[in-house]
Design a protein around this ligand. Structure first.
Ligand code: KIV
Length: 277
């Protein structure tokens, strides 16, 4: 066997690659993604058929108990990416570049390389405009990039809170322009967070080849992502409208996760009640 042929995942499904995700998108097959921060859940989610795992900087809030994602450091994401990579067999593994880890091009290249060495297969960064050039340089160096537009939690203070983005015509146009620039720069995937469904639909019509993953962005994206602790009903307090608690009526974690994957695939999630913005 050539040393450049990756071993098949032992006894499980075929490894999900960027090509797999592109093919799914092209066939209109919906992509199920969840955040994941540790090896036990990595195995569980992978076994349940989740297509992509995100080591999100949401870990600052759900694991570290912080009020925002801003305090999360690169070494935190590296540590959790290693943990997830240790037991994940087939799911596509995306890791967040945390706040302050991509302020300059050199820093972005260094931080992204560190995450890829820890086991990530793609890095995610937030924002449009100034990020396009960074995306181009990362992709040029063989690092797949997932962009993130709409509500970008690392900018929560600049945005004035966790609020729906892109409602007004000018803001919607800016988001569409940023999305086109990021796609042109080479971003192969894009998380769309907390935007009106109609805007996600326009984006899909304008950039039909871009893989979009929604969270609070309605049903017109290529796939969906939720924060694991939210969809398992563990977050406490009143969940955002776009979250569905899959533990209700499931009884156990494995069933809850399989139910999420099934509902994403069958376009049952999100239902209108989850995306009425
Ligand atoms: O950090 C995270 O978990 C995320 C998702 C909410 C998309 O960015």
């Amino acid at each position: 066997m050539s040393s450049h042929v990756a071993p098949a995942p032992a006894g499980g499904r075929k490894a999900v690659t960027l090509r797999t995700l592109r093919d799914m998108h092209a066939r209109g097959e919906r992509i199920a993604m969840l955040t994941c921060y540790d090896s036990t859940f990595a195995q569980l989610l992978d076994d349940a058929g989740v297509d992509a795992l995100l080591v999100g900087d949401s870990l600052g809030m759900v694991l570290q108990g912080r009020a925002s994602t801003l305090p999360v450091k690169l070494e935190d994401i590296v540590y959790h990416t290693r943990c997830v990579a240790a037991r994940n067999r087939a799911a596509w593994l995306v890791a967040d570049l945390p706040f302050g880890s991509y302020q300059t091009l050199d820093q972005a290249l260094g931080s992204a390389s560190t995450l890829m060495r820890a086991g990530a297969q793609m890095v995610k960064l937030e924002g449009g405009g100034w990020t396009a050039d960074f995306v181009h340089k990362l992709v040029e160096r063989g690092i797949p990039v997932c962009a993130h537009l709409g509500l970008t939690p690392q900018s929560v203070h600049a945005l004035g809170g966790y609020r729906v983005q892109g409602r007004e015509a000018a803001a919607a146009e800016t988001l569409l322009r940023h999305a086109a620039e990021l796609h042109e720069a080479g971003a192969s995937m894009m998380v769309l967070e907390l935007i009106p469904s109609a805007l996600a639909e326009r984006l899909r019509a304008r950039l039909p080849e871009l893989i979009t993953i929604g969270i609070g962005a309605g049903p017109h994206t290529s796939g969906q992502v939720l924060v694991l602790h939210d969809m398992l009903g563990l977050a406490g307090g009143k969940p955002p409208r776009f979250v569905k608690d899959y533990m209700q009526g499931s009884g156990d974690v494995r069933t809850a996760i399989r139910s999420y994957v099934g509902e994403v695939r069958e376009a049952k999630f999100p239902a209108p009640v989850h995306c009425d913005y």
